[in-house]
Design a protein around this ligand. Structure first.
Ligand SMILES: [Fe+2]
Ligand SMILES: [Fe+2]
Length: 185
């Protein structure tokens, strides 16, 4: 854990570090409430944006070097690769093979149809951590403490609505994640 924090010190800008620690704090709170291993949740939270401030050309180069498969939209917007590159870094640098944590880190931006509770905790905490301030954030925090599944669903729904209403690209993985939630209802 201390090694990840050391990496954060020179990989991310101070505002990002603040965000990452806010995500970590809320994710840990959710892990205690919902009975999920806090150590694994903390690793996911601390590493999720480790590559968020890496310039796009370097993200592309790292993805090629580490054989991270890239879609056309990711080649155009390499910032979308920051989660998957971070997961690959954890695997390579620390021989870390916890697939649930790796998936959470890799797909925290989009969500994933196969997310288990760690992925849901990370996605929710990334959106409603204590550094976020938007209308309805308090309600979402309360919901996350009461019902993780419903909070994840609400966060995913907000992201999809936001992308569509601002004419932004809708990540295919978000659509798959959403459809899986609908199927399960
Ligand atoms: Fe991120
Ligand atoms: Fe984040």
């Amino acid at each position: 854990m201390t090694e990840i924090i050391r990496w954060l010190d020179f990989m991310v800008i101070p505002e990002r570090k603040r965000h990452i620690f806010c995500v970590r704090d809320f994710a840990l709170l959710l892990s205690y409430i919902h009975g999920v291993d806090s150590f694994r949740v903390e690793i996911a939270a601390l590493s999720h944006d480790l590559f968020r401030d890496v310039p796009p050309d370097r993200l592309l180069r790292l993805s090629k070097l580490w054989n991270v498969p890239m879609s056309d939209v990711e080649i155009k917007h390499p910032i979308l690769l920051h989660g998957r590159v971070a997961a690959e870094f954890l695997r390579r640098r620390f021989s870390f093979e916890d697939s649930e944590v790796l998936m959470a880190v890799a797909y925290h931006t989009s969500g994933h149809p196969d997310f288990d509770r760690i992925g849901k905790i990370l996605t929710v905490s990334d959106t409603v951590g204590y550094d976020r301030d938007f209308s309805g954030v308090e309600d979402l925090r309360d919901l996350a403490m009461k019902d993780l599944e419903e909070a994840y669903r609400a966060v995913l729904k907000n992201r999809i609505i936001y992308a569509v209403s601002t004419d932004r690209y809708l990540l295919e993985m978000s659509v798959s994640a959403w459809n899986r939630l609908v199927e399960r209802r």
